[in-house]
Design a protein around this ligand. Structure first.
Ligand code: ADP
Length: 374
C-alpha cells in the first residue's frame, strides 16, 4: 500500500485516525470527572511522560498528579472550571512517578450532557520545561544587563565628575601663568628683548587655547545634568543661534535657508548648543570658491523627527565620518577648533534619545542629520 492509499484508508476510517491523533499527540490529554476529580481517561503521551502505565494512572485523583506546592491553586481552578466550564493556560507543576516535578500549562473545557451537566473535562497539559528554562535564562541575562547598565551609569557619572574636577582644577595653575605673564609685562616697562614679546605672545595664545579647551570639557561634563526635559521650540532656538552668528553670516555673505522645525521634548540649553555647533561648523568649514549656503530643516518620520544642517562647504571624507564625533578628533588642521564640538553634539542628541550622523551632500558639502523621538 503506498502513502496515498494509507492516507485514503485513514480518512475513510476516522476512528482510527482520531485515536492515533489522540494518543500520539505531543501534548498530554486527559478527561477528569468533575465530582471526584479523578482521571477517567488519558492519552499515551501523558502515561509516557509521567512514567505510569494506563492501569496505574486511571482512577488517580488529579491531586496525586500535581505537585503539593500547587494544590491550593488546583482547588481554585477546579471550582472555577465547574463554574465557567473552562480554564485556559494556567501554569501548574506536575509530579512524575519517579518524583521529578516539571511545569505544565493547563487548559480544560467541559463536556456536558443534554441537561447541561458537566460529564467530564477535556483537559490538556503542555510541558513548558523548555520555555521556563529559556524564561529563567532570559531573566538572568536581563538582570545581568540591568546590573551592567547601572554600573555603566555609575562609571559615567564618576567620569563626568572626574572631568569636571580635573578641568576645574586645571584653571588654577593656568590663572597663575596668566598672572605671572601680566606681572612680567607690567614690571618690564618695555625693557625686555623684542624676541621675548613674541615668545610671550605664543604663551598667551597657548594659555587662551588651554582656557577654551578647559571650558569646553567643563561644559561637556555638565551636559544634561542641570536641566530638565521640557517642551521646546527649535524654530525659536534656531532664530537665536542665527542671531549669535549674525556678524559672520553678514561678513561672509552666507545664504541661510530655514525649513519648519517642529516642537519637541528636549533640553533647551543643550539643543541651542547642538545647533550652535553644527551651524558654527557649517559657517567655518566653507569652500572659498563658492557662496556659502546653509540649510536647516526637519523631516517627519514615523517615530521621530529627522533634523538636518546642510552646507556646501569643503565636505568630509566619508572615511572619517565616525571618527569626527569622538573627543578631540579633528581631520582638518587648516581650520581652528578644539575637536570637541561634534562629540558634544553626539552627547546632546543621545541625551534626547536620538542618533547623529553625517553624509556628503550633492554639492559635495556636508549634511549632518540627527533624530529626536516624537
Ligand atoms: P572643531 O570644529 O573644533 O574642529 P568638531 O568636533 O566640531 O571640532 O569637528 C570635528 C571635525 O569634523 C572638524 O575638525 C572638521 O574636520 C570636521 N567637520 C565638522 N563639521 C564640518 C563641516 N560642516 N564641514 C566639513 N568638515 C566638518
Amino acid at each position: 500500500m503506498d502513502l496515498h492509499e494509507i492516507e485514503k484508508t485513514n480518512l475513510r476510517d476516522p476512528y482510527n485516525s482520531h485515536e492515533v491523533l489522540y494518543h500520539e499527540s505531543p501534548e498530554m490529554f486527559m478527561s477528569i470527572c468533575p465530582k471526584t476529580a479523578k482521571l477517567i481517561t488519558c492519552n499515551s503521551t501523558l502515561c509516557q511522560t509521567l512514567g505510569y502505565n494506563e492501569k496505574e494512572i486511571i482512577g488517580k485523583s488529579i491531586f496525586e498528579l500535581y505537585d503539593t506546592a500547587c494544590h491550593d491553586k488546583v482547588k481554585v481552578l477546579f471550582s472555577r472550571f465547574k463554574n465557567d466550564d473552562a480554564v485556559e493556560n494556567e501554569e501548574l507543576c506536575v509530579r512524575r512517578k519517579d518524583g521529578v516535578v516539571f511545569p505544565v500549562l493547563l487548559s480544560a473545557k467541559a463536556v456536558k450532557n443534554n441537561k447541561g451537566e458537566i460529564m467530564f473535562s477535556n483537559s490538556c497539559w503542555r510541558d513548558i520545561t523548555k520555555i521556563k528554562e529559556l524564561e529563567s535564562s532570559l531573566m538572568k541575562s536581563n538582570q545581568l544587563l540591568n546590573q551592567k547598565v547601572k554600573e555603566l551609569a555609575q562609571k559615567n557619572k564618576e567620569l563626568e565628575q572626574f572631568a569636571y574636577i580635573v578641568s576645574h582644577d586645571l584653571n588654577t595653575p593656568l590663572r597663575n601663568i596668566k598672572g605671572v605673564l601680566q606681572l612680567i609685562d607690567e614690571d618690564s616697562e618695555g625693557e625686555i628683548p623684542l624676541a621675548w614679546n613674541t615668545y610671550f605672545g605664543y604663551i598667551n595664545q597657548s594659555v587662551g587655547r588651554m582656557e577654551r579647551l578647559i571650558d569646553t570639557i567643563l561644559e561637556f561634563s555638565q551636559l544634561g545634568i542641570k536641566s530638565e526635559k521640557e517642551r521646546i521650540r527649535p524654530q525659536e532656538i534656531l532664530k537665536n543661534v542665527l542671531e549669535d552668528f549674525a556678524l559672520e553670516i553678514q561678513n561672509q555673505d552666507v545664504v541661510i535657508r530655514k525649513g519648519t522645525l517642529p516642537e519637541i521634548n528636549g533640553y533647551a540649553v543643550e539643543f541651542h548648543m547642538l545647533l550652535q555647533n553644527l551651524i558654527g561648523n557649517a559657517i567655518k568649514f566653507q569652500d572659498s570658491s563658492r557662496t556659502p549656503e546653509i540649510e536647516v530643516g526637519a523631516i517627519v518620520q514615523k517615530e521621530d523627527w529627522m533634523f538636518y544642517v546642510k552646507d556646501n562647504g569643503i565636505g568630509i571624507n566619508m572615511e572619517h565620518r565616525h571618527k569626527i564625533f569622538s573627543f578631540f578628533k579633528r581631520v582638518n588642521e587648516k581650520f581652528q577648533g578644539t575637536g570637541i564640538g561634534l562629540a558634544q553634539c553626539k552627547k546632546i542628541v543621545e541625551l534626547h534619545g536620538g542618533r547623529i550622523w553625517v553624509e556628503r551632500n550633492e554639492t559635495k558639502g556636508s549634511c549632518f542629520y540627527f533624530t529626536i523621538p516624537k
